[in-house]
Design a binder for this molecule. Structure first.
Ligand code: SF4
Length: 196
């Protein structure tokens, strides 16, 4: 079997001890999906279920994300690659500390370089700030295309925020509709979505 750059990176990350989160993790959650996906989704950090299974976005918020992707007619294995700002679960699901984010960010940057997506979607405040800096606010930036290292980025809410506050679902769906429109513009003009 051919060992890809992504396989090598996965192996490196799975043995990582660069920040204190390695003490408490059960396993590293590297990320999953199509390594050549046109869309790269970035979340905050693995949660309980992800830490247990080693798979990104499998807990309750992952299930909600799956529903959103299905509504967009995006398939997890074909259209997207998904990962997080940090690859190890912070204790009690706290927001990863700045030092932890800084230690882990080079892995995400390398993943993005290897996948080379046409569209990045940041989910939640931590992912947005992780790419663009601390002084951005998700409530102000969501729904507006941004550029990060020449990649198009759509910031939106994290699905866990939608679970806490269902009123955010409408805005989130508006943001994903923009992603569908952009996807049709730059990736596949025939992409079908029954909602738009
Ligand atoms: S969170 Fe990232 S930097 Fe920290 S130990 Fe895990 S893989 Fe390494």
């Amino acid at each position: 079997m051919r060992v890809t750059e992504m396989d090598k990176l996965r192996d490196e990350v799975e043995h990582c001890t660069k920040c204190p989160l390695y003490h408490s993790r059960k396993q590293v959650v590297f990320g999953s999906g199509n390594p050549e996906a046109p869309i790269f989704l970035i979340g905050e950090a693995p949660g309980f279920e992800e830490d247990k299974t080693g798979v990104a976005f499998v807990g309750k918020s992952g299930q909600l994300l799956e529903k959103i992707l299905l509504a967009c007619n995006f398939n997890r294995e074909k259209h997207v690659f998904m990962s997080n700002i940090v690859k190890c679960r912070p204790p009690q699901n706290r927001v990863p500390a700045t030092v932890e984010q800084a230690a882990c960010l080079p892995y995400l940057e390398k993943q993005i370089e290897l996948v080379h997506p046409q569209i990045i979607v940041t989910l939640g405040s931590t992912a947005l700030k992780g790419l663009f800096g601390e002084n951005l606010r998700i409530t102000r930036e969501r729904g507006n295309w941004k550029l990060w290292q020449n990649y198009l980025v759509m910031p939106t809410f994290h699905p866990s925020a939608l679970l806490r506050n269902p009123n955010l679902k409408r805005d989130t769906w508006e943001d994903f509709k923009k992603v569908i429109v952009k996807y049709r513009e730059i990736v596949d003009q025939n992409h079908f979505c029954k909602y738009i």
